[in-house]
Design a protein around this ligand. Sequence first.
Ligand code: HEC
Ligand code: HEC
Length: 317
Amino acid sequence: MKIIKYLLILLAIILVAGLSFSGFIQIRGVPTYEIEQLDYTVESTPDKLIRGEKLVSMLCKNCHYNQETNAFTGKHLSDIPTEFGKIYSQNITQDETYGIGNYTDGELLYLLRTGIKKNGQYTPPYMSKLPHMSDEDIESIIAFIRSDDPMVAAASIPSQPCEPSFLVKFLCFVAFKPLKFPESSISPPDSSNKVELGKYLVYNLECYACHSADFKTLNQMQPELSEGFLGGGNKPLDLEGNVLLTQNLTPDKETGIGNWTEQQFVRAVKYGLKEGEHALRYPMMPYVQLTDHEAQSIFSYLQTVPPIKNDVMRSGL
Ligand code: HEC
Ligand code: HEC
């Protein structure tokens, strides 16, 4: 009988510990961190603005652009899986109260590299981080979002705070951590080397994030260590909240793109078009901003990744 009593006491202790741990996570929420003040300012040039606009259109617009205001005032992100909570992108226009007018260039750089906001709070994986982007490209992004372009001109429209789920808070406690600020400068890829340029684009445009096995097992610092790297099968949502499986982009001949021609690939990536087939659907956005050389480079790089046999059925067709 004694043993049962001890077992019951042990169970009670475990239960209380478990409950207080989850209470702690719930109250603590998404963790905050110390931010490093950087001595950093971006000189805007016409070339940087053009480059920045191109990168922002491919990397930020989808989430931060609001159709009703025709500007980057943020919105509810209906395609974020509900297991992550109710997530709103923020107003990133130049407005000092509701936007990011009060961020310094250094604070923006720090956020984009590490995921830590001006107020110290970490942004969970539903906000992009750019650990592999060259210093030049990240400067161009900052120059553009600080410009007087109508997309980012001050708009005093409050954005809704995110309501991350318990799962997100828990994962931020045990797994999702801020990324390390790079110790040295990151140079741009050699654009005459197609494989190198292609790899740069696959990492920075986050093709691998959607096209690997699962958002939860991505390795952002070393993308090629992500589970099922580029083998497809991840489950992003469309705008109605339906799962749309991602396709296998490895060079496997039966289940990947091993039998595709470069031309077929460029057409699919830039315009969402496939010969005799349904157009590619959201969230696979046509990358019209890519030059043919860039899209061809992605193809060249994809030919070099280890093939994975994973027959992903196209959803709902
Ligand atoms: C997948 C959607 C998504 C993408 C892509 C994205 N963001 Fe965000 N962004 C968010 C969400 C959601 C938040 C709010 C996160 C939070 O507060 O935890 C956010 C927050 C921010 C903030 C902080 C705002 C504040 O009030 O402190 C800035 C700045 C920002 N994003 C800029 C960018 C830039 C620049 C890009 C492109 C390089 C980008 N975002 C791409 C979803 C996204
Ligand atoms: C937000 C998630 C997401 C991102 C980022 C993304 N894709 Fe996709 N991609 C998808 C989905 C989902 C499909 C399937 C669309 C469908 O079935 O209509 C797809 C389909 C494709 C296809 C067609 C494959 C086939 O077998 O039909 C190609 C090629 C492709 N993506 C390449 C890319 C490249 C290259 C990048 C980066 C520049 C990229 N994708 C970024 C989600 C994404």
